[in-house]
Write a protein that binds this ligand. Structure first.
Ligand code: M6R
Length: 616
């Protein structure tokens, strides 16, 4: 939700800010703006629409500057207009602010400031914070320079409820940027003679590999040759300078038409990266050292609860099937947003897993904190190293999937599902699972990357199917057991990027109501691998055909061939029933991608969405 990038240094700031914004555009893309220091004061430019509109405006009136702040927006308060775009100025026009988060008490603050004579020019909560900082700045006339601005920002933040990641500049303090965070991510990028502040480390990769991930209540002052990190209260705070674990190319689109397609095609490597160094063939188990739990503690678990949102939750639902089957350990899954407000009966010996690619999803972070507040150990399955969830969880497993830029999650699902397979193996081997059964799982896991390659080779065939059905108004997805969450994920992908109405159901639910939706114009995707429920899935398929519904059947090679019953058949390699969902999701990602492409959708930046949902 919104991307911030700020720069102080010895290079021209505007090109760096615009480049950074384009790398953060996946976080929000309804309007963008920047403010830079110039010899004549602050230069602010803001535009509704994509960053290209801002770049064009800047190109028409370029200025020389070596410091500034910038923002790409996902609207919460106020429509996407030039006026509501960030940066926002204080009453004097001397202070500029960009903000990611929500100021919950902005209404009360705005009323009070209005009574004091402040005039607002936008509908945003952010402008209220800018004015509040300005109000304190005026009152702090006994201070000067950076100390005065810092004190004003601190005082204002002390009055706000809600979440923020902010960057602030003052016209009289060129080459100074102040940043602070509470609930919204910020990362400092460190160069010898330049410093950066960004919502996401991936945007910094072309400029520096050295970063500091800010914690809640961190307060940072950036100058070209130094940065000063304290907490909001003004005390020095511990920090660690980390090396980025990916190269800039990892966040580039390369020769692919979209990031989403690139990320789909990266999935063989994604699986390898999730498994690297974690499989022990000798003992037929997995090593997941970050769990921070002894074998005995893992064996004594009575229940696991997996929490996440969207794709991350669906990967958790696949994980439930894997763990329950391999380890005979009960697993529940829940939406993070529901769990955090629910009176869930919890027993001792319950372990939580929170799943999040970004590690910044507000609902999942809230759920993690709620589980910990109730005295439970909560582990993270995250991609972003240094993210808030990764830091606040009691341990966990990194996905090592590299940056995922496409708003529609793809490789993160496969990575999370692979991590759950390793977890199922480990928990299984600590319980009843034999060495030979564990060995079979490892052998099958190792074959997955090559099997995904085989599916990717069918991209053109899937494109033909997608083009045939792209003008449908609605599409239904059916699957059972571990493939039910795959059906949900297939439907989510279809909705998100093609805007077709799509729903996922367990196949057996068809006859309990959904069947009323079947007609000649409503295609159904039936996931029917040759597994223990193949025949039952075929019954569902026949029921759809009997009502003249077109069927796209996703099945596995080998086994009985009943594919002729379907209108379209996508055949993919077979693996263990436990792992089959990992393969089955890939054709559905391609189906959604090619449908959206046929409809001319903006695939990497679908309407109304943002990659990382850092507001409730
Ligand atoms: O970063 P997270 O994994 O916590 O994100 C969770 C969801 O917001 C995310 O998976 C969302 O559903 C995707 N846009 C799905 O493609």
């Amino acid at each position: 939700m919104c991307g911030i990038i700020a720069y102080v240094g010895d290079r021209e700031a505007q090109p760096i800010l615009l480049d950074g914004l384009s790398r953060l555009e996946y976080r929000g893309y309804d309007s963008a703006g920047l403010a830079v220091h110039t010899a004549g004061g602050l230069r602010v430019q803001k535009k509704a629409g994509r960053i290209a509109a801002l770049s064009a405006a800047v190109a028409r009136q370029p200025v020389s500057s070596t410091s500034g702040i910038s923002h790409t927006r996902w609207a919460t308060h106020g429509e996407p207009t030039d006026a509501n775009a960030h940066p926002h100025l204080d009453q004097s026009g001397n202070i500029a602010l960009v903000h990611n988060g929500v100021i919950e008490n902005f209404h009360e603050l705005k009323q009070a400031l209005t009574l004091q004579g402040h005039v607002f020019h936008s509908a945003t909560d952010t402008e209220v914070l800018a004015h509040l900082i300005g109000e304190h700045y005026e009152k702090l006339a006994t201070l000067s320079g950076v100390a005065r601005l810092s004190a004003a920002v601190r005082a204002a933040l002390g009055e706000v409820d809600g979440t923020y990641g902010i960057a602030v500049i003052h016209r009289d303090l060129p080459n100074v940027v102040i940043g602070a965070r509470r609930g919204s991510p910020l990362v400092v990028g460190i160069g010898a003679t330049e410093k950066f502040l960004s919502s996401d480390a991936a945007a910094l990769a072309p400029y520096t590999q050295k970063v500091v991930y800010l914690k809640d209540f961190d307060f940072v002052t950036l100058q070209p040759g130094q940065f000063d990190l304290q907490n909001l209260g003004g005390r020095d705070t511990d920090y660690e300078i980390k090396e980025l674990d990916f190269k800039p190319e990892a966040a580039e689109q390369g020769a692919f038409a979209h990031f989403m397609l690139k990320e789909i095609f990266e999935q063989p490597e994604t699986i390898r990266n999730a498994m690297r160094g974690r499989v022990d063939k000798d003992t037929a188990t997995a090593h997941l050292g970050g769990l921070n739990l002894t074998g005995e503690q893992l064996r004594d678990l009575r229940r696991i609860i997996v929490l996440g949102c969207g794709t991350a939750l669906y990967a958790g639902m696949v994980g439930k099937h894997m763990i329950e089957n391999a380890a005979l350990l009960p697993v529940e899954t829940d939406f993070s947003s529901e769990f955090r407000y629910r009176n869930t009966p919890l027993e001792n010996d319950t372990l939580f897993f929170v799943v999040s690619q970004s590690g910044e999803t507000a609902d999942t972070l809230g759920a993690l904190r709620e589980a910990q507040r109730k005295g439970h150990r909560a582990l993270g399955i995250c991609n972003n190293v240094g993210s808030t969830i990764a830091r606040e969880s009691d341990g966990g497993v990194y996905m090592h999937a590299g940056p995922e830029i496409g708003v529609a999650a793809t490789k993160s699902f496969i990575s999370q599902a692979t991590v759950f397979a390793l977890l199922a193996l480990k928990l299984g081997r600590l319980r009843h699972l034999s060495a030979s059964a564990g060995g079979e799982i490892i052998e099958a896991l190792e074959k997955l990357p090559a099997q995904v390659e085989v599916i990717l080779q069918q991209s053109d065939a899937i494109k033909n199917i997608a083009e045939k059905y792209a003008d449908s108004r609605s599409m239904l997805f059916f699957g059972r057991l571990g493939n039910y969450p795959v059906a949900l994920e297939g439907a989510l992908k279809m909705k998100e990027i093609s805007y077709l109405h799509a729903e996922g159901y367990p196949s057996s639910e068809l006859k309990h109501g959904v069947i009323a939706l079947i007609d000649k114009k409503t295609p159904s995707v039936v996931i029917a691998p040759h597994d223990s429920l193949y025949d039952k899935n075929m019954n569902s398929l026949q029921e759809i055909k009997a009502r003249c519904g077109p069927v796209i059947c996703l099945t596995t090679c080998g086994g009985r061939d009943t594919g002729h019953l379907a209108d379209e058949v996508i055949k993919i390699p077979q693996t263990l029933e436990l792992l089959q969902p990992i393969l089955n999701v890939v054709p559905l990602q391609l189906l959604a991608y090619h449908t959206a492409a046929a409809l001319g959708r903006d695939i990497d930046k679908p309407r109304n969405l943002a990659k990382s949902v850092t507001v409730e």
